[in-house]
Design a protein around this ligand. Structure first.
Ligand code: PRE
Length: 311
């Protein structure tokens, strides 16, 4: 049987590849490096890859907008898993050189955002040259035609390319983590594990006072904690937004399905992007009155009443 194809942001040595390695070994999955998050997701939509591994948020820099916007675009994708990768950066140079001599440095824009204070202090003369990934920036230094002199990348890439490390642990915030998701075409939803997340996209109705409050109310009255909520422009015009929301719980849990059903009644354009296990396996506290058992006993009571009414 052929191995499933995993499209991911390459080339070899990206943080995305580190995430992919947590998902499947190269013996069991076909690693396909591509040039962008959008290409990886497009390959899954087109059926050219079974899975894409893409960054979705960073603990310091926040949401990865290319991913959030693309997966929100239609119901052609489903999140099946999440993976966490600790992030630390080094500075590599084409040759050994003093930091003050560096006039241009390349990396991924999300990586640059995580070292910008360090760079302002230690690379005062350097211009930032955006690369399609941290590994692409570093590997570019191997090409004699490349005009920049240094790159910000993971310690692993530095080792792979064999270039001199000019500075280590240059991230502005120690202990940063990037969260990646594994995405497939819509299909069966995994069983609840007791430590799950559900991702939904909710278009914010325009000209409806209190719409955000109404959305949040569906979760709070059912004791559902939100682990991420971000507003993004739909692109349709100023004032047109959607919310990308991660909530604690699985669609198969009563409080979650009840909240989503209520949300659908309010805003039929709501999109379900998947229920999947939490990477940190942390269990959440469900208030007593919103456990499945509480929902079942409430329903049993109403069913009994309905029996008496003869309907
Ligand atoms: O460039 C890479 O190595 C990536 O995997 C992309 C990416 C991102 O898009 O956030 C992943 C993790 C780091 O936060 C920096 C860059």
């Amino acid at each position: 049987m052929s191995r499933p194809v995993y499209a991911f942001l390459g080339p070899e040595g990206t943080f995305t590849e580190a995430a992919l390695r947590q998902v499947v070994s190269p013996d069991d999955g076909d690693y396909r490096p591509v040039g962008s998050v959008i290409t990886a997701l497009a390959q899954v939509r087109a059926g050219e890859a079974q899975f894409a591994v893409v960054p979705i948020e960073n603990s310091v820099e926040g949401g990865v907008t290319a991913t959030l916007d693309d997966i929100a675009g239609d119901e052609g994708l489903q999140i099946v898993r999440e993976v966490l990768v600790p992030i630390s950066f080094v500075l590599v140079g084409r040759t050994e050189m003093d930091l003050e001599e560096i006039t241009s440095v390349s990396t991924h824009s999300h990586g640059w955002a995580q070292v910008r204070n360090w760079a302002a202090k230690h690379l005062p003369n350097a211009e930032f040259i955006p690369a399609s990934s941290t590994a692409a920036g570093a590997r570019g230094l191997l090409d004699p035609e490349t005009h920049y002199q240094a790159a910000v990348c993971s310690p692993l890439v530095a080792e792979q390319v064999g270039l001199p490390v000019l500075a280590q642990a240059i991230e502005d915030t120690a202990g940063a983590v990037t969260r990646f998701v594994v995405v497939s075409q819509p299909g069966p939803i995994g069983e609840p594990t007791g430590s799950d997340k559900t991702t939904v996209v909710v278009p914010l109705p325009e000209d409806r006072p209190g719409a955000l409050m109404e959305i949040l109310d569906q979760f709070s009255t059912r004791g559902i904690n939100l682990s991420r909520i971000e507003s993004r422009p739909t692109g349709a015009g100023l004032g047109s937004y959607f919310f990308s929301i991660d909530l604690e719980g699985h669609l198969a849990e009563e409080r979650v399905s009840a909240a989503l059903a209520a949300l659908y009644r309010l805003i039929p354009g709501v999109r379900f992007l998947g229920s999947y296990p939490r990477a940190d396996q942390r269990r959440y506290q469900v208030p007593e009155h919103t456990t499945d058992a509480a929902y079942h006993s409430g329903q049993a009571w109403v069913t009994e009443l309905l029996g008496r009414s003869g309907t």
